[in-house]
Write a protein that binds this ligand. Structure first.
Ligand SMILES: NC(=O)c1ccc[n+]([C@@H]2O[C@H](COP(=O)([O-])OP(=O)(O)OC[C@H]3O[C@@H](n4cnc5c(N)ncnc54)[C@H](O)[C@@H]3O)[C@@H](O)[C@H]2O)c1
Length: 437
């Protein structure tokens, strides 16, 4: 099949490269000419494990191409995916659909023959109707179907997720369009990933409901962590104790500094807006958003408490800036409000992240960016682990202790056992690890 992927960001690039790897002919389109120029030279603009090799192999095989010329790519395609961004709209938190609608207008002008237009971007329920209307109005003659095919991949494990999804959701379309989707995903459901065909509106809502549910699970265990701290229990025991129940499941039960990233924050807020517009209260999600927002600055108070309640003039070393490991994505990273709050309290901040430092520089002022964890710790009164990169899991505490002003570790991801750290003379503060009463 011939595919045009409109938008070559985290989702468009990974999906395009994976579809090419299945044997389809893929043209990835982006209006960002510098992005396309670097891709054409073999430079990958994002950090995602395995992506450099996957793109190179499929480009070499002639199945994956990059262009800024949307019309030619769309005219030749059997399937046109819309994978442009849907960020929070400034001011009101609705999903900003201007990129989706602009792409729809451009696609309309270029359609030739029967084409399936598929929104892979996360879009509020009803967006497919509007995309269909835009195309119909511009091209009453066009033979096309608009489907919803939300993407569930996780940054940091994106290729694995795309190639081994728990399910593929396809919303809308007649038998002819659904056959195109079956052909596109055939290599996957041969591997037993079920394709779930639904109405288009249900597919659009499935994506938001899934993200809101996962955000709820994280927020739930975070609140239980706070309670555990107060009553002298360990949240990790609680997470294991409830997670072993198959009805609950162990994933997304890691207490930490609150969720961030390119999806959960914007998608939970956009879902609330959809609820309000339809006069349908979503109180659980409202609470999740509020609790999570408050949590990020609360983590700075935790750092302050570990240093006796006074941060002014003290140096704090922050390890991990990206919103999670194995990505360089800084969108809504918990490190941003945390570092800002530390600075508000008068702390001097040093920071290190293995991949996201270039992106991070745009988000902070007066932060000293360092080349590794040990340089970062120099002169620090506290070391704070914010993102659990593998390389932070086996730190040399003797070496750290020698360069630090004070031996204090605040482990916001609970990657260490307290005794591993305290035997090197460090004081240890995790999340939800209540001291024995
Ligand atoms: N990042 C994730 O982990 C993830 C996971 C699942 C779903 N999603 C959803 O997928 C969508 C894309 O997310 P992303 O993280 O890849 O975004 P992104 O910002 O990384 O990439 C979007 C790209 O689209 C391009 N673009 C915008 N308008 C265009 C147009 N008219 N023609 C061509 N290119 C255009 C931009 O230049 C940009 O390169 C969003 O709706 C997001 O919610 C993201």
């Amino acid at each position: 099949m011939r595919i045009a992927m409109i938008g070559t960001g985290y989702v468009g690039l990974v999906s395009g490269a994976c579809f090419a790897d299945f044997g389809h002919e893929v043209i990835c389109v982006d209006k960002d000419a510098s992005k396309i120029a670097s891709l054409a030279k073999g430079e990958i603009p994002i950090f995602e494990p395995g992506l450099v090799e996957l793109v190179a192999a499929n480009e070499k095989a002639g199945r994956l191409k990059f262009t800024t010329e949307l019309p030619a790519a769309v005219a030749a395609a059997d399937a046109v995916f819309i994978a442009v961004g849907t960020p929070s709209r400034r001011g009101d938190g609705h999903a900003d659909l201007s990129y989706v609608f602009e792409a729809a207008r451009e696609i309309a002008g270029a359609l030739e023959g029967f084409s399936v237009v598929i929104t892979k971007s996360t879009v509020p329920v009803g967006t497919g109707d509007e995309v269909e209307r835009i195309i119909k109005e511009a091209r009453p003659d066009a033979d096309f179907a608009v489907l919803s095919n939300p993407e569930f991949l996780r940054e940091g494990a994106a290729i694995l997720d795309f190639k081994h999804p728990d399910r593929i959701v396809v919303g809308g379309g007649d038998a002819r369009a659904q056959e195109v989707m079956r052909d596109l995903y055939r290599p996957l459901y041969l591997n037993r990933s079920p394709i779930l065909f639904t109405e288009r509106r249900a597919a659009e809502l499935i994506k938001y409901a899934a993200n809101a549910f996962l955000a709820t699970k994280i927020t739930f265990i975070n609140e239980i962590a706070d309670l555990a701290e107060k009553v002298g229990a360990d949240v990790q025991d609680i997470a294991r104790g409830i997670g072993l129940d198959n009805r609950i499941g162990s994933k997304f039960l890691h207490a930490g500094p609150g969720f961030g990233g390119s999806c959960f924050p914007k998608d939970t807020v956009a879902l609330l807006k959809t609820g309000q517009d339809n006069d349908s209260a979503l109180r659980v999600v409202e609470a999740v958003v509020a609790v999570n927002d408050a949590r990020k600055r609360a983590m700075a108070r935790k750092v302050s408490a570990a240093l006796g309640g006074e941060l002014r003039g003290k140096t704090v070393a922050v390890l991990g800036l990206a919103f999670k490991p194995n990505t360089d994505d800084m969108r809504e990273a918990p490190s941003i409000p945390l570092i800002t709050a530390l600075q508000d309290m008068g702390a001097i901040v040093r920071a290190y992240d293995p991949e996201s430092m270039d992106q991070a520089k745009a988000h902070f002022r007066d932060v000293a960016f360092c080349g590794d964890a040990y340089t970062c710790a120099e002169g620090a009164s506290a070391l704070v682990i914010v993102t659990e990169w593998e390389q932070f899991r086996a730190l040399d505490f003797e070496r750290l202790g020698k360069v630090m002003e004070r031996r204090v570790l605040i482990d916001l991801r609970n990657i260490y056992r307290p005794d591993e750290v305290t035997r090197h003379g460090f004081s240890y503060e995790g999340v939800g690890q209540g001291k024995k009463i």
